[in-house]
Design a protein. Structure first.
Length: 73
């Protein structure tokens, strides 16, 4: 999986590509990628993960709030 390679630019681009997909089955994979990205030390990957959070929220607000109680207060 490209989200675990050494190069931060590749990790960020892989996460960006994953977050741009728009079908219901991708939400669980998107969530896993975003969680990895939020813990990443590379600023580009972290920024992409934050953007992915916003996209995931707009794609499925109910699912986001139910699955991410740690991030939403």
């Amino acid at each position: 999986m490209d989200l675990k390679v050494a190069n931060g630019k590749i990790r960020g681009l892989a996460l960006r590509g994953l977050c741009s997909l728009k079908f219901d089955g991708v939400l669980e994979y998107m969530q896993q990628g975003i969680e990895l990205g939020l813990q990443d030390t590379d600023p580009y990957v972290k920024k992409t993960a934050i953007t992915g959070c916003i996209k995931m929220f707009h794609h499925s607000k109910g699912s986001f709030k139910k699955n991410n109680t740690n991030y939403v207060e």
